[in-house]
Design a protein. Sequence first.
Length: 277
Amino acid sequence: MAKVTIQKLQNMKETGEKITMTTAYDYPTAYFVDKAGIEVILVGDSLAMTVLGLDSTVPVTMEQMIHHIRPVAKGAPNAMIVGDMPFGSYNQSPEQAVYNATRLMKEGGCDVVKLEGGKEVADKVKSIVDGGIPVMGHIGLTPQTISKLGGFKVQGKTVDSAKSLLEDALALQEAGAFSLVIECVPEEVGKLITEKVKIPTIGIGAGRYCDGQVLVFHDMVGLFEKFLPKFVKRYANLGEEILKALQEFKKEVKEGKFPSDEFVFKGVDEEELKRLY
């Protein structure tokens, strides 16, 4: 598979080919996601909960994001690597946004960056794009501002709020964003936005009509058990398999069954070895 580019994603929208995207936070995960042919990998600030054990995405730092982007970029040479800009890294000013987006690209090695928000961040998006860095937008449910939204709730359920989301999408497109993540909105709203914007939309809990779909890797393969959002389909339950393997390892060690003869090294002359006793 050739390296996935912005132009390829745009062409996929125009031809009706669905875009696939998952998260990854380390080399082995990125390797398998890339091998599966997934077009886009998001190194998301969701690593706060799935990898770091935090209660929200808010505490994640730039240093942590860069640390996790690096191995993903190494493990997935073909997929587009999206570096998530953490809370507080772009809120203050366009200058701050450009500086930190540049850090993610130069120090992390991602291909593009993603940030949350609509009309209120359009000036930051424009500045980053003008600085030569591609930007993926993110509207709807924005986890970094969950306290302002009143919790993990579906957004755009009224005509007024749906209109506001459409305005957000159009503002980000105008600012130069090359694509949009739409999270946790009614299917009809996801469809409306996808039809109204010229850039690709990637839904997560936004229905069937977005140009692509994204899921958090740990959710879809059963490696995160604290909660499972309604929009997540679990394609495997690796957590159970890992637990079984660990329990079997413990059992065999306790019973003296591991390591068995096939897993040990031999070769020292027994007569010579006796001299050491």
